[in-house]
Design a protein around this ligand. Structure first.
Ligand code: CS2
Length: 494
């Protein structure tokens, strides 16, 4: 099949070791609209729904929309939505073709088609992975950023939305006007209390349009919270090549992931849901304990490794974990300062959870870039590192390691590494952070308060709290004076 490309027509020629959909892909019906059809969705929710379709529940296929770039759609449309997932570990690569993505839409190109899909009575759930910044909210406060350019655009022209909240509000309004019950909104991003946060943001936008619509969203629309977990690096040409090799044909945009996958969901779906429990999803009354455990132990450690590791010259998480002082820092941060802030889910052995996490970080095949995780720190830090620090301070406990991790972010957003080479800082606040850092200069006494003034990250309380500002300033001083590698070694030895 050389020169062939993955599609419904070529699917039968995919060689046997590759797992393929065992159901009639063309006959699957869309029951879920997904906003943000990037690699994470395709390696996580779409896989669970592929399993659901494989168990004979044909009404739960996905229509996936890109809210910005048409790239995924342009790559997968000629493939009838089919793509390969390769799970990678030290034990080798395993390939599987996923069939649950039955339709692709590009919101900026066809907003009305997307709204029509969201208004279809057969669609009962709208899932989202639009990344933290896609909700146009203030990350520290968890409320709608009413001055956000996309939100202003959506208020000015609400029937042609551009933002994720804008699409949700307009689709819910149209369903209501047509007498169609509202879909359930299932946020699959790493936001704190993600269901409740998105409910607050969407209800506020709805209320700004029309008070009555705001009340409707608040009272009638379900926003269950979720904890999603799978490490999914951005697709590289190496992955494309190994997939082409395994399939014996091209796939323009496969995805790669670790073998591990977890999905914990609050069971609140007034219009019904697929039988997720049949495919390994944990349905619980309260996601919060799982969410804290994952956002703080996994994502908090990830961000710590991303900033300090990238500054020290490590390209991948596995490289950071191979440096003994960095591995020790992660372990001590998790054990001494994060674990005590958790209310653990019943039956979870947190020691085993952390050991498994560190093994996942060490996965030698995954090639998860520190630069990728370092993106959008202003949106990630509040729930990953700042919230546990706040909890520790409330309990009267010290935060030397959390402060060190936060200082690593401050050093990173100055935009230059230790050789003076520019770092490409990707963050919605990058320009502001850089300007604050440039004005302060490389002096911890000036740089710390300058960056602490970013209230979207630190809120109103912490900048004024010497128990927070003091250790952050001390840590940043050590990083600036001795360099990252030496200060990590010094910190874990102390
Ligand atoms: C990572 C996450 O990029 C990041 O910020 O920390 O994408 C992480 O890999 C996932 O949340 C794992 O479930």
């Amino acid at each position: 099949m050389s020169g062939a490309r993955l599609s419904l027509a070529s699917l039968a020629h995919v060689p046997a070791p590759v797992r393929r959909p065992g159901y009639d892909v063309a006959a699957a019906q869309v029951g879920v609209v997904h906003l943000g059809v990037g690699a994470f969705h395709r390696a996580h929710q779409a896989v669970y729904l592929d399993d659901i379709l494989g168990r004979g529940h044909a009404g739960w296929a996905v229509a996936g929309a890109s809210l910005r770039s048409p790239n995924t759609s342009d790559a997968l449309d000629p493939q009838d939505g089919l793509y390969a997932l390769v799970t990678r570990s030290g034990e080798g690569d395993r390939l599987r073709v996923i069939g649950s993505l039955r339709r692709l839409l590009v919101a900026p190109r066809e907003p009305q088609a997307l709204l029509a899909a969201m208004t279809d009575p057969a669609v009962r759930i709208v899932t989202l992975t639009v990344t933290e910044k896609g909700y146009c909210h203030d990350p520290a406060a968890g409320t709608l950023d009413e001055g956000h350019p996309d939100i202003r655009a959506d208020l000015a022209d609400p029937e042609r939305p551009v933002s994720a909240p804008g699409f949700l509000v307009e689709a819910l309004r149209r369903r209501r006007a047509a007498g169609i019950a509202p879909f359930t909104v299932l946020c699959c991003d790493n936001l704190p209390a993600n269901g409740r946060t998105v409910a607050r943001v969407v209800a506020r936008l709805a209320a700004l349009r029309e008070a009555d619509l705001g009340r409707f969203v608040e009272g009638e629309v379900a926003f269950p919270s979720t904890m999603v977990d799978r490490i999914v690096p951005a697709t590289t040409d190496t992955v494309r090549a190994l997939v082409a090799d395994g399939l014996g044909m091209e796939d323009a945009w496969p995805v790669s992931a670790e073998p591990f996958s977890q999905w914990v969901v609050e069971d609140h779906f007034p219009l019904g849901r697929p039988p997720l429990e049949e495919v390994g999803v944990e349905l619980v009354p309260d996601v919060a304990p799982y969410e804290h455990m994952k956002l703080r132990l996994l994502n908090g450690a990830h961000s710590t490794m991303a900033y300090l590791g990238a500054l020290a010259g490590y390209a991948h998480i596995a490289d950071v974990m191979a440096a003994p002082a960095f591995a020790r820092l992660v372990e001590r941060l998790q054990d001494e300062e994060i674990t005590p802030t958790l209310h653990l889910p019943a039956g979870v052995d947190v020691g085993a959870y952390k050991r498994a996490l560190r093994e996942r970080f060490r996965n030698p095949a995954l090639k998860h870039r520190t630069w990728q995780i370092a993106m959008d720190g202003s949106q990630k830090l509040p729930q990953r590192l700042v919230a546990p620090a706040r909890d520790r301070l409330a309990a009267g406990a010290p935060i030397p390691l959390l402060a060190f991790a936060i200082a690593g972010w401050m050093r990173y957003v100055t935009g230059r590494d230790e050789h003076g080479t520019p770092i490409e800082v990707r963050d919605p606040l990058a320009g502001r952070l850089r300007a604050l850092a440039d004005a302060a200069g490389p002096d911890a006494d000036r740089l710390t308060p300058a960056l602490l003034s970013v209230r979207e990250v630190f809120g109103d309380d912490l900048p004024a709290d010497p128990r927070f500002a003091g250790p952050v300033r001390a840590a940043l001083g050590r990083i600036l004076a001795g360099g990252v590698a030496a200060s990590v070694a010094e910190t874990v030895a102390g």
